[in-house]
Design a protein around this ligand. Sequence first.
Ligand SMILES: Cc1cc2nc3c(=O)[nH]c(=O)nc-3n(C[C@H](O)[C@H](O)[C@H](O)COP(=O)(O)OP(=O)(O)OC[C@H]3O[C@@H](n4cnc5c(N)ncnc54)[C@H](O)[C@@H]3O)c2cc1C
Length: 562
Amino acid sequence: MSATSERIPETPDRDGAFPRLTEDQVRRLEPEGERRPTRNREVLFREGDERYDLYVVLDGKVAVIDGYGGPDERIVAVHGARRFLGELGLLTGQAAFFSAVVRQPGEVLVVPGERLRELITQDAGLADLLLRAYFLRRELLIGLGGGLRLIGSRFSPETRRLREFVARNRLPHRWIDVEQDERAEAALRELGVSPDQTPVVIWRGQVLRNPSEEELARIVGLSTGKTPRTACDLLVVGAGPSGLAASVYGASEGLRTVTLDAVATGGQAATSSRIENYLGFPAGISGAELAERAVIQARKFGASITVPAEAAALEYADGGYTVRLTDEGEIRSRTVVVASGARYRRLQVPRLDEYEGDSVYYAATMMEARMCAGDPIVVVGGGNSAGQATLFLSRYATALRLLIRGDSLDRSMSRYLADRIERSSTEVLLNTEVRELEGGSSLEAVITENSLTGERRRVPARALFVFIGAEPHTGWLSGNVALDRHGFVLTGAAAADAPGAKGSGSRRPTLLETSSAGVLAVGDVRSGSIKRVASAVGEGSMAVRLIHDFLERVHQHPHHSP
Ligand SMILES: Cc1cc2nc3c(=O)[nH]c(=O)nc-3n(C[C@H](O)[C@H](O)[C@H](O)COP(=O)(O)OP(=O)(O)OC[C@H]3O[C@@H](n4cnc5c(N)ncnc54)[C@H](O)[C@@H]3O)c2cc1C
């Protein structure tokens, strides 16, 4: 940072990431905050601050800096009059992932973070502008590799665990691979950490040795709620689209609503780079953005969302349910919505384990694209997830091949995706399956086999993306609700007919009700579900209506049992 303050140019707006407020918008914000002068080099907030406020620059310039005061400090953006500071974390209550430093003295308007979070629920114009800018800034930060520093080996399962957690939670971070990055050794030496003590996370200049997900979530302010001590009305297990919908509608209709997720909010949808078939978004919306918007909305209505918190068991006692968590905590609730979705299916090929931390991916977001930009890429799968990933990755790969087991793209992929893939430079290999993975410490190629001709082929691949379906997350329910033969939760008439169903008397379960009265299942985890974001959201909202009916029935006949 050698430039003098006066000469530092303002960063141009990038696609709405750095908009300028109108005079009128500034006037609307004025009564909510306080004007104050700034001094040159004054730090308005610092990377790692647990709470910070909205700063609107009224005069002068403020630089947004990644790694402030550290050896790899860099300026992310410079803002002048009527630009505002902050990024997504300001709306979701997370810590600051960068510092803001005055580079030309002037004046700022400071609006307390709490007040800002209320304001965006009241002023639609301002909310739209801020939300859009803040999402784009979060993407920018992720793209830049700002925020947390994670140092570890690509071969370490603990490093993989932490990388997956930060990636799924869309936390800005930089991963420094001790195997490949020359800076890793110097950074570790400086921190007094030996390579065998990795992975470590560097945050606010402190070293966290192999932290748990809970610890990481706590320090960055990810958990947006606390496990309640008293029973709630509605406990939602899973914060994918279906669970978030149940949370929004439950909380907005006055139910004391608690939502848990084992990994991250947004579920599978948040790993989708662009959802194009969700009603109301003609240009598509990234799954991450949809999830963040829903989380802000659920919180606005008072839902408590806890991440990470994994349900381990469901029990019935004393007229209500208890969900036990893997960390030995428990939550009591009058009703439960099972929204725990499904997990990706793995390829059955030798050496998959070896490459999973490094070259095999089950999602295609900016994060993965950045890791394999310029590499030959193979995508496996014939459904819409594979189709979307292929189109998205085609912008980053040198050679992209899509492998499908069937004989046509049309069989299980939407026409619009198949058309675009056919028009792209992607090579599509039909009737093809992966048989072997080849390479040294990193993947170099996959060996494929044509199921009609038996012909084997070596296909160069530095990254392998797998989208071949999913298995339900229902282990935690075992024995307490009826499942179909694939492990998905039976609901409605199918649940009533299941062996061992525990319906309440002669009453049959309602549409989304499981074999236990007051326990509903929604979204991908439900037997026979459509496996779309829109249907998951629809079911999440319907569930709340059915829960009201259930609570009403219990009120009238208090001696029911599940
Ligand atoms: C890459 C990709 C792209 C996709 N693109 C599209 C698209 O464009 N359009 C479309 O309509 N659909 C798309 N889908 C499908 C869509 O994302 C899913 O249908 C949708 O996410 C299902 O929502 P859900 O809430 O039912 O479950 P999920 O999204 O699977 O969410 C379930 C959540 O429950 C949590 N969980 C699981 N077990 C537990 C437990 N024991 N305790 C606590 N939490 C738990 C999980 O961590 C997860 O966050 C895509 C899917 C993928 C993978």
